[in-house]
Design a protein around this ligand. Structure first.
Ligand code: PAF
Length: 277
């Protein structure tokens, strides 16, 4: 496995890789969820490239970029074991040089849910992913379903900008109590960690009600809210029952529907979702 920092070195190393290249963009502090993306890319592509870049432009002014967890040696060991060919760790200065002022904005899809709670977040994500795509020029790129709105935004952006890249969305990996794997889980105290399983319990309760014939979105949202209310450490920011493609709230569940939520457990903000087919 090769590791590069600069754009020029990246270009040189990419010349030695055979297509199709599978690309997994990450912000590091990897867990089994990231590794499942690398493994999927390994199965489907001739070469696997991973980027590790904690992207400052997707953090809001009240979000602590400096405190975002980092452990490069551990990340590199995990990526090597998973069969990665090339790791790119660009610097913030090379990604956002002085005078940088060009942004990629995806419109309606970024207005609700995470976009509403975290203004500017998706502008930062869409811009950095475009830059990473341009630099790596992969044939396929792999993202997790856990960040469902991010996945929808990247799919839309790739289509709208005619980027010749297949976007592959992989299932959320969960701990044994259902908590979705996330780098942010490392912030949770033991009591908060126990409480955090309430997100999946709430999503599962709504999904079970839907399986038993409940199609009213309002009732499914209420089931999620009531389950969250039963956990004293949970402070919900939103619960949503939305069309899985447009992410607009629905009244009735008919086609593909996304149940999603953002919940604060202590000082940690967690998100999760499941699809109803
Ligand atoms: O999902 C992430 O880790 C980030 O949002 C991404 C896609 C790597 C862009 O910085």
């Amino acid at each position: 496995m090769r590791t590069v920092v600069g754009h020029a070195d990246l270009k040189t190393e990419l010349k030695g890789l055979e297509a199709p290249i599978g690309f997994v963009p990450t912000m590091g502090f990897l867990h089994a969820g990231h590794i499942s993306l690398v493994q999927r890319a390994r199965q489907e592509c001739r070469a696997v490239v991973v980027s590790i870049f904690v992207n400052p432009s997707q953090f809001g002014p009240k979000e602590d970029l400096a405190a975002y967890p980092r452990d490069l040696p551990r990340d590199l060991a995990m990526l090597k074991a998973a069969g990665t060919d090339l790791v790119w760790t660009p610097t913030p200065e090379s990604m956002y040089p002085p005078g940088f002022q060009t942004w990629v904005t995806v419109e309606a899809l970024t207005c609700g849910l995470e976009g509403e709670q975290r203004p500017g977040h998706f502008r930062g994500v869409a811009t950095v992913v475009t830059k990473l795509f341009n630099a790596v020029a992969p044939q396929r790129a792999y993202f997790g379903q856990k960040d469902a709105q991010q996945a929808a935004v990247i799919r839309r952006m790739t289509r709208d900008l005619d980027l010749p890249i297949e976007i592959v969305i992989c299932p959320t990996l969960r701990e044994s109590d259902g908590l979705a794997m996330s780098s942010r889980n490392s912030y949770l105290s033991p009591a908060e960690r126990t409480a955090a399983s309430v997100l999946y319990r709430a999503l599962s309760a709504a999904r079970d009600a839907h399986t038993q014939g409940e199609h009213r979105a309002e009732v499914l949202r209420r089931i999620m809210q009531e389950t969250l209310a039963g956990e004293p450490l949970a402070e919900p920011e939103y619960v949503s029952c939305a069309d899985a493609e447009s992410l607009q709230e629905v009244e009735q569940v008919s086609g593909k529907t996304l149940l999603s939520m953002a919940v604060r457990i202590g000082r940690t903000r967690l998100i999760d979702n499941i699809n109803l087919d």
